[in-house]
Design a binder for this molecule. Structure first.
Ligand SMILES: N[C@@H](CCC[C@H](N)C(=O)O)C(=O)O
Length: 292
């Protein structure tokens, strides 16, 4: 059985792309301004496939803005083909992409995403700082089935309860504190939390180890992608959860398997600032069967 249609030479589309990563969370970036292409779910899965396609955790699509005073719109598709609201590591790569490809000469850019406007800035040292917006805790904004927006809430997982903090960074996160990220049951529990019935749009599951009041270690089982080497919105959500729980003080260094981010948050009603690198890997062209 073929997992994907064979390439017959007929009905084939060629798509230009750039492969990038933010701390090992990797992306296929598409310029949908010059080549007018936005992947459908099957095409997104094909591009993301690490055996048949290019391979990535998410696909980022760069488009013209639709709102006045905004520079670009960018869209995010998980490896499972689903379109999502926000991506922290993606936001940093997006900025490097539009600057490096000469699509803008600004270093501070306003970008439309599915969950609102974000404001990334390319720093002199090549890192990118992103104003990721104000975190939300109301259950209907996650969405999470609960009548409480308490900083810690129980969640039934199989035969036991875990304590989670739910945070929306535009996209949904459930963060738990663990004693050691290396031994945390990320694959098994992460998958159970991701598709828990109390999260009707599924959720990203974070496992945070507090090192001291300004440092954590973090692993994230991402909705629609599985465990990634780093998750920008996951880092923001974990720091916000840790500060709300009285465990952390801003700024916090978040160490993940792919590297570290700096996250700052001054409390409720304030935006979260994320700073970290964005890396170009290579440029390429891939043939996409039209029947996908
Ligand atoms: N890797 C991202 C988050 C991508 C989206 C996420 N999987 C979701 O479904 O919400 C990041 O760096 O934030």
């Amino acid at each position: 059985m073929w997992l994907f249609p064979r390439h017959t030479g007929e009905g084939v589309m060629k798509i230009r792309f750039t492969k990038m990563h933010g701390l090992g969370n990797d992306f296929v970036v598409l310029d949908a301004i010059s080549q007018r292409f936005v992947p459908n779910p099957a095409q997104a899965r094909y591009l993301a496939d690490r055996h048949f396609g290019v391979g990535c955790d998410q696909i980022l699509v760069v488009e013209k803005a639709t709102l006045p005073g905004i520079d670009f719109r960018y869209r995010i598709f998980n490896a499972d083909g689903g379109e999502v609201e926000q991506c922290g590591n993606g936001a940093r790569c997006f900025v490097r992409y539009v600057v490096d490809h000469g699509l803008t000469n600004k270093r501070e850019i306003k970008v439309e995403t599915r969950s609102g406007i974000i404001a990334p800035r390319l720093e002199d040292n090549g890192e990118v700082t992103v104003d990721m917006g104000v975190p939300r805790f109301a259950p209907n904004e996650i969405p999470f089935i609960s009548d409480s927006d308490a900083a810690v809430q129980p969640l039934r997982l199989g035969a036991h309860d875990i304590d989670i903090s739910v945070v929306s960074m535009g996209n949904p996160h459930a963060v738990q504190v663990v004693s050691d990220v290396n031994t945390a049951p990320v694959a098994v529990e992460g998958a159970m939390i991701e598709s828990h019935e109390y999260f009707p749009q599924r959720v990203n599951a974070g496992f945070m180890q507090v090192v001291d009041r300004h440092a954590i270690r973090l692993r994230v089982y991402e909705r629609g992608a599985g465990e990634t080497l780093a998750c920008g919105t996951g880092a923001c959500a974990a720091v916000v959860a840790g500060i709300r729980r009285g465990l952390l003080d801003s700024p916090v260094r978040v160490s993940m398997r792919g590297g570290a981010l700096s996250i700052a948050w001054n409390g409720p009603g304030q935006p979260v600032l994320m700073t970290g690198p964005a890396t170009n890997v290579f440029e390429g062209e891939i043939e996409l069967p039209e029947e996908l």
